[in-house]
Design a protein around this ligand. Structure first.
Ligand code: IMO
Ligand code: MG
Length: 429
């Protein structure tokens, strides 16, 4: 397992955290390469549950190196809060955490700007996590108003950049929302203390990763969000603001895709979506409610109830192709155990035409009617299963149908949150 990547193939929340945790001890370095504190990764480790947002799951094992690479947008207050919460639970964070000097920094005006833009869309709001992620990436793409970690840790540079940027942001707010105004000194004083606490972790992580590859170190790329939330390939504009499919690894870390030996696509055994945008298989009925309750489908970051529905092969298969995964990990299969029958969407009907192509335009996706393959439920507790052969026939059929329809082998089936509640498929590891 030299270089492995774990990528969500749906709209995020696929339980990537559990897969990353299962694989961390087989690797030397864990890299978080995109997104920010919009992500919520739950990791059960040593009998404890940790909720990570910005920190790579590797930090729970101090003997490993964890890297936050250039593609991440960092809210330093959130990052330091997370680091404090981990260290207060007895896990030291020292030189085992590396932060890229190329990563961009989230400031309070990013959060305020996002609130204004979201409000302006009324009913059609993106439904973001409200963390200033998109507005920080917007400034990154715009370049003129961006501050990177490399600037943050140089006091003179930080002050100079804030003096250039904050007055212009205030002009913007005077038109968009006059109740909002920021003060250079206040932001500088606050961020200078963050810089002091983070400085010792900051390096050029791109060069660090290149050297690590050259010396034969193994690496695990920890995806955040999911392929259908990818800014270029997802359900635009109801997406996040970075390349959250497998495409994002290279720009987000500087490690080329050809260095990756194994790309694991993580899927839930059903569909969830947080935030706005069409979701063809969403169930606004008691089955959707049942899945939400059984799967505890409430946002880790925002607490919002997630929209739930049947597994969607058209959407997930597209996510898998964009990401270029080798195999899939099927998560939360146990959540479906009480249902009489289970359905898999194998095609859409759009304007009377059957298609298995995922639409590029949101208006077409909104019209898509799912065409289902219906299978019998297994109506048995499967949380104790440890071998593929021990699944009830109907559960096995469900797994086989997913593999057949996605045209990908299954490498892991997860039937509960604990590490032991994992079936590793023989021959895949
Ligand atoms: P993990 O890593 C699920 C969604 C938001 C919203 C859209 C844009 O836990 O899978 P943003 O704040 O990123 O600008 O919001 O993207 N979103 C996620 N949904 N899991 C996530 O991360 C998400 N990160 C962003 O709900 O619809
Ligand atoms: Mg999430």
């Amino acid at each position: 397992m030299a270089v492995t990547a774990v990528i969500g193939l749906q709209w995020g929340d696929e339980a990537k955290g559990k897969i990353v945790d299962l694989l961390t001890d087989r690797h030397d370095i864990v890299v978080r390469y995109l997104g920010g504190n919009n992500a919520g990764h739950t990791v059960k480790f040593g009998g404890q549950t940790y909720k990570l947002s910005l920190l790579p799951a590797g930090v729970l094992r101090p003997e490993m190196t964890s890297v936050i690479s250039n593609g991440v947008v960092i809210n330093p207050k959130a990052l330091l809060g997370e680091m404090a919460s981990i260290t207060s639970r007895g896990i030291p964070i020292a030189q085992n955490l590396k932060i890229s000097d190329r990563a961009h920094v989230i400031f309070p005006y990013h959060v305020a700007e996002e609130a204004v833009y979201e409000k302006s869309r009324g009913e059609n709001k993106i439904g973001t996590t409200g963390r200033g992620i998109g507005t920080c990436y917007r400034d990154k793409a715009g370049r003129t108003h961006a501050i990177r970690v490399g600037d943050l840790i140089r006091p003179d540079q930080l002050r100079r950049r804030l003096e250039e940027i904050v007055p212009q942001k205030n002009i913007l707010f005077s038109a968009l929302d006059p109740t909002v105004k920021f003060d250079v000194d206040e932001i500088y004083n606050e961020y200078e203390t963050y810089a002091d606490q983070l400085r010792s972790h900051v390096i050029d992580t791109t060069t660090f990763l290149h050297k690590a590859l050259k010396s034969g170190k193994s690496m695990l790329f920890e995806g955040a969000q999911g392929s259908l939330l990818d800014i270029d390939h997802g359900t635009f504009p109801y997406v996040t603001s970075s390349n959250s499919s497998g495409c994002g690894i290279h720009p987000g870390s500087g490690v080329p895709e050809r260095a990756i030996n194994k790309m694991i696509g993580v899927v839930k055994a059903y569909t969830t979506r947080a935030g706005g945008g069409p979701c063809p298989t969403e169930l606004v009925n008691e089955i959707g409610e049942h899945i939400r309750t059984e799967g505890h489908e409430f946002g880790t970051v925002t607490g919002r109830p997630r929209r739930c529905g049947w597994f969607d092969v058209v959407a997930t298969g597209y996510g898998a192709r964009v990401s270029g995964v080798d195999c899939i990990a099927v998560m939360l299969l146990d959540v479906l155990s009480k249902l009489d029958e289970v359905k898999i969407c194998e095609a859409y009907e759009i304007d009377g035409e059957r298609t298995t192509d995922f639409p590029s335009q949101i208006e077409d996706l909104a019209k898509a009617k799912p065409i289902y393959r219906t299978l019998p439920g297994w109506k048995t507790d499967i949380t104790g299963v440890r071998k593929l052969a021990d699944f009830p026939k109907a559960a096995r059929a469900y797994i086989d149908n997913l593999a057949e329809l996605l045209d990908l082998p299954v490498s892991i089936v997860s039937i509960g949150p604990d590490r032991e509640q994992t079936v590793f498929i023989e021959g895949m590891w």
